[in-house]
Ligand binder design. Structure first.
Ligand SMILES: [Cu+2]
Length: 123
């Protein structure tokens, strides 16, 4: 009984590894980036929801385009520290995109709601 069960389990693991090998990433490709990091295309996204920037802190590489998407029913805007960038009002489901070319730490805020704050770290 036990041996039959373990045989079935090992068959399952072989089938699973074959399936993983056929559609998973090849062993040589880099591991998928975590959601907080920029993808290979050089773009990254920050969600605006419940009067918050999500994630509140984002790390990216220089040259990455960050897009803010407003998922609130309220309009927001995006003000980037040191006068680097400033969006107009971003209405529900609208977007604002900014490309960070210079490494540094940037503070993000919404001038309409002062508790809304975030950070973008450019490496
Ligand atoms: Cu706001």
């Amino acid at each position: 009984m036990i041996s039959q069960r373990s045989r079935r389990l090992s068959w399952l693991s072989v089938a699973l590894s074959v399936w993983l090998a056929s559609c998973g990433p090849s062993p040589n490709s880099p591991p998928p980036a975590s959601p907080a990091l920029a993808g290979p295309s050089g773009t990254s996204q920050i969600l605006i929801k419940d009067f918050k920037f999500i994630p509140a802190s984002l790390s990216i590489k220089a040259g990455t385009q960050v897009t803010w998407v407003n998922h609130d029913d309220e309009a927001h805007n995006v003000i980037i520290s040191d006068g680097m960038g400033r969006s107009g009002a971003i209405d529900t489901d609208e977007k604002y995109t900014f490309k960070f070319n210079k490494p540094g730490e940037y503070h993000i805020r919404c001038s309409m709601h002062h508790r809304m704050a975030g950070t973008v770290v450019v490496q």
